[in-house]
Write a new protein. Structure first.
Length: 219
């Protein structure tokens, strides 16, 4: 996957958009093609700003929770080694790449955004690993050992995913910086780790505290 494909995706909403290879501070072992902030030397035009807000390229940033979850996997490879792992809402693909690097038998990036899947493919190739792509949660593989997800609970309507994940895999590994209390006793908090979105979006400090949860699945 050529990074120029990612540039074409970015330019649909930002004519000056491009990606550059960088290593997020929260998981420096994994280089990624991410948004190049140097293109924003001048202010956005009204039309550019409107386009970016209407169709944000979430995949072109490595969010704090994604970094923390990826590094957690690299630090705890037994969680994924030899297993089939699906990363839900994969974005840049950093967590799927981490799973592949840590020895997963199958690492699957699942996202409804075609641009995100292209990003996951490009970042997997950059890291010299194989990552499978899944464009539809409903078409996921029948057997999953582990589901990973980072910052997918920002919308309250997504809360049912907590039980859907547990019903679909042996274990669930979740990272979240938006919800202070999951209100679900099945999810055991493992740690709270600080990180910042890369490139830095200067988000509120509360969004820089990432909580890691682990749950048993197969309800």
């Amino acid at each position: 996957m050529n990074p120029e494909t990612l540039n074409l995706h970015l330019r649909k909403t930002l004519s000056r958009g491009r990606v550059a290879q960088s290593a997020p501070a929260g998981c420096p072992e994994i280089p990624l093609y991410l948004f190049d902030p140097s293109v924003l030397e001048g202010p956005l035009s009204h039309d550019e700003a409107q386009a970016v807000v209407a169709e944000p390229a979430y995949w072109s940033f490595c969010w704090a929770s994604g970094q923390v979850l990826a590094q957690w996997i690299l630090n705890h490879p037994t969680l994924v080694a030899g297993k089939t792992v699906l990363d839900f809402g994969s974005g840049s693909g950093v967590v799927a790449v981490a799973a592949a690097r840590a020895g997963a038998a199958r690492a699957i990036a699942c996202d409804i955004d075609p641009a995100a899947l292209d990003a996951a493919a490009a970042n997997a190739e950059l890291n010299g690993v194989q990552v499978e792509l899944c464009a539809d949660w409903a078409q996921r593989p029948g057997h999953l050992d582990l589901i990973t997800a980072a910052d997918v609970l920002y919308d309250p309507e997504n809360r049912p995913l907590l039980e859907a994940f547990r019903a679909s895999a042996e274990q669930v590994l979740l990272a979240d910086s938006r919800i202070r209390n999951l209100a679900n006793p099945a999810y055991d908090k493992q740690a709270v780790i600080e990180a910042r979105t890369w490139p830095d979006l200067n988000e509120f400090e509360e969004f820089n505290k990432v909580r890691i949860y682990l749950a048993r699945g197969r309800l």
